[in-house]
Design a protein around this ligand. Structure first.
Ligand SMILES: [Zn+2]
Length: 204
C-alpha cells in the first residue's frame, strides 16, 4: 500500500481541533501549539540581522541546527505515537515510506506544501516547497535576499534523513546536512532542500 498523504493530513487536521486550556495541541505523541508565522519570521530574521554580516554564516548555521534538532525530536515522538501506529504504520511498506509520511504530517502542521522530489536511501533527499512561510516572510520584511532563507524547513529536511539512516535516537542527529539551493526569497520560483550525508559527525 502506498502512503496516502491526504489521509494523514486529514487525521492531523481533525486531531488538531483538540486543545487543552493553555491552547496546547496534544497530537501524535507530541505537544504542538498554534504560532504566528510573522512572529517566528521576525525573531529568526532579526536574530540574523542583529548579529551582523560577519556572523551571518554562523547565525544561519545556528538557526538551521535548532530546526534540525527540533525536527529530529518531534518526528521521533510522532513515529512512536499511538496515532502513528494506528494510522500510518499499516501503510508503510518500506523504510523510505516514513519520509513520505513525515512530509504529509509536516504539510498538515502548516509548514508548507512539501513534496519529495528525490530520495536515494542513506544518501540524499530532495524536497520542494512552493509556499514556504519563511520565504514569504523574508520577502515581506526585507525584500529579495541573496541566499536561501528557509532555515526551519532546511533543518527539518536533514532531520528526516537523520531519523531514517542515522544512529538510533538520540545519537543520529546531524548525520545529514541540508542546503537550500533554490529559494523564493532569492528569486527562484520555489524552495528546494537537499539533504546529504555529512562526511563526519558534528563535534560538540
Ligand atoms: Zn526558501
Amino acid at each position: 500500500m502506498a502512503i496516502d498523504g491526504n489521509k494523514i493530513i486529514h487525521a492531523v487536521m481533525e486531531g488538531s481541533r483538540i486543545r487543552d486550556a493553555k491552547g496546547i495541541i496534544p497530537l501524535f505523541g507530541v505537544y504542538l501549539s498554534l504560532f504566528f508565522v510573522q512572529f517566528y519570521n521576525k525573531l529568526s530574521f532579526d536574530f540574523e540581522k542583529e548579529r551582523g554580516m560577519e556572523l551571518e554564516d554562523e547565525s544561519v548555521a545556528l538557526l538551521v541546527e535548532a530546526a534540525q534538532e527540533c525536527g529530529y525530536a518531534t518526528f521521533q515522538g510522532i513515529r512512536n505515537s499511538s496515532e502513528w501506529e494506528e494510522l500510518v504504520r499499516p501503510m508503510i511498506e518500506t523504510r523510505e515510506d516514513q519520509i513520505y509520511s513525515f512530509a504529509a504530517v509536516a504539510v498538515a502542521f502548516g509548514w508548507g506544501d512539501l513534496v519529495v522530489r528525490e530520495l536515494i536511501p542513506n544518501e540524499k533527499l530532495v524536497m520542494r516547497v512552493n509556499d514556504s512561510y519563511e520565504a514569504t516572510g523574508y520577502l515581506h520584511l526585507h525584500g529579495q535576499g541573496n541566499s536561501g532563507k528557509c532555515y526551519m524547513l532546511r533543518g527539518v529536511s536533514g532531520a528526516f534523513m537523520d531519523l531514517l539512516y542515522g544512529e538510533d535516537y538520540p545519537e543520529g542527529c546531524f548525520t545529514f546536512v541540508a542546503e537550500e539551493p533554490f529559494c523564493r526569497a532569492k528569486g527562484d520560483p520555489y524552495c528546494e532542500f537537499s539533504a546529504r550525508k555529512t562526511s563526519g559527525k558534528r563535534q560538540g
